[in-house]
Design a protein around this ligand. Sequence first.
Ligand SMILES: Cc1cc2nc3c(=O)[nH]c(=O)nc-3n(C[C@H](O)[C@H](O)[C@H](O)COP(=O)(O)OP(=O)(O)OC[C@H]3O[C@@H](n4cnc5c(N)ncnc54)[C@H](O)[C@@H]3O)c2cc1C
Length: 477
Amino acid sequence: MSEIWDVIVVGAGTAGLPTAIHAGQRGAKVLVVEVSDRVGGTLHLSSGSFSAAGTSLQRSKNIDDSPEKHFNDGLRINHGTGNKTMMRLWQDHAAAAYEWLMSIGMQYPDNQPEAVRGHEPYDTPRIYTPVNAGVGYIAPLKNAFEAEVAKGNVKLLLKTEMTDLIIDPAKGVQGVKVKSADGKIEDIHGRNVVLAAGGYANNEAMWREIHNRPRRVYTNAQSMGTGIQVARKYGAQLEGAEEIIMTFGGTQCLDDPSKVWIHAKTQPSMRDPWEIYVNLKGERFMAEDERNPDVRERALMLQDDWACWCIYDQSIVDKSPSPFFLWEPEKVARAFATNPNYRKANTLDELATLTGLPAKALKETVKRYNDGQAVGADAFDRKFMPAPITTGPFYAVKLYSITVVSFAGVTVDTNLRILDAAKKPIPNLYAVGEMLGMGIFGNAYLGGSSVSGAITLGRLLGNKLLSWSQTGALAAE
Ligand SMILES: Cc1cc2nc3c(=O)[nH]c(=O)nc-3n(C[C@H](O)[C@H](O)[C@H](O)COP(=O)(O)OP(=O)(O)OC[C@H]3O[C@@H](n4cnc5c(N)ncnc54)[C@H](O)[C@@H]3O)c2cc1C
């Protein structure tokens, strides 16, 4: 009979690696199956911000913080939404995960932690971001993982896709079905299966089914939601779909038009805006200098197609600092020459034709803004208005509501066991990481919650929650 693993982890990413490392350290025989040809998952792309309260670094800097404060501040930011039990489970164990990361060689720059990273600021500095972003986690995690592989506790199968679960109606989940790169299908048996296969943000059909809203994402190619789909097949329930909040102001990538990313400084904390934003009706809808990211995010999500055009003129190009912080001037010029999301025209009428905006409304909007700018009084109470928009050529850049994560995920209990419609655990089946959906942390971005949630709960699962007794009895927390 082929080997029966104590634990099968699906996905060698942000959550899967700590799960496997800790289960291996406890003596479990662990098999990790990973569809891609490398470990690390979304960490290869992620900005890598990690939040935790009550850490040794905070204490050394006299920052008074605790999981309780993190929780209460989180509820302020997310307006009391989300799954409070899961939020607390993560926050209560995040500092221990931070200390563990430091013990395996993680490094953050001296100026950490911070209170803010792009989203609504925390009231206390509790966000840690490596110099080289998410990639900074990969070497420490990989080294700790390889140490367990070397001990013989853990085995990794790369280029191996989990396609289904093996289910025994009497005993529950008994393993996984996998497909290797050469197309070979195989059953692998295990006492516990941990789905750490990431989110579904890269799956257009799944996004449409769950949200039926525009999908503008920058995410891992493997974030196809297979883990969630397979779990749903056996009764897993989805939660968090309504807790959707998209980041303000992504623009289309030039090399891959299916992707959007923050190429321009659209947050006033990075650059005060000289431009105006008009929706697809050609009308302004917010004070462009609004500093609260949460207010900005919601304002754009109220507009048709979750999109708007950022309008400016040549004098703004000449006088203001360039908003395109990631692009050299040549790339900006290429965008306007080749991509219909970036438009330049000698007149506002011509710009309206190129963007599809109604010309009359666009011209009236620009005139109203200029009139207000001249006397320092704006219809939206905007304060930063350094220049009118009068001098051609005129420019328009399409801004979108974007996301790097998926929001819905499978419902779990505090042991991270996946629950069915009757709220009963599906025996031997666990989920962790973005599989839980970022909506569990509510209808707002809690800075650093996805990476920290994935690593913290992955560690907790491997370290404590998993049980691999032959009888299948599950450990209580
Ligand atoms: C550009 C970007 C910036 C971000 N910045 C931040 C940030 O600063 N802070 C923050 O908190 N979060 C951030 N996030 C989100 C965060 O990085 C992710 O939510 C988190 O890394 C997801 O961890 P995970 O373990 O759930 O998934 P992953 O790390 O993606 O791991 C899942 C793994 O499962 C594998 N897999 C998928 N399907 C299968 C299958 N069927 N069989 C076998 N293997 C499979 C994948 O290949 C992958 O290796 C960012 C994300 C992106 C894309």
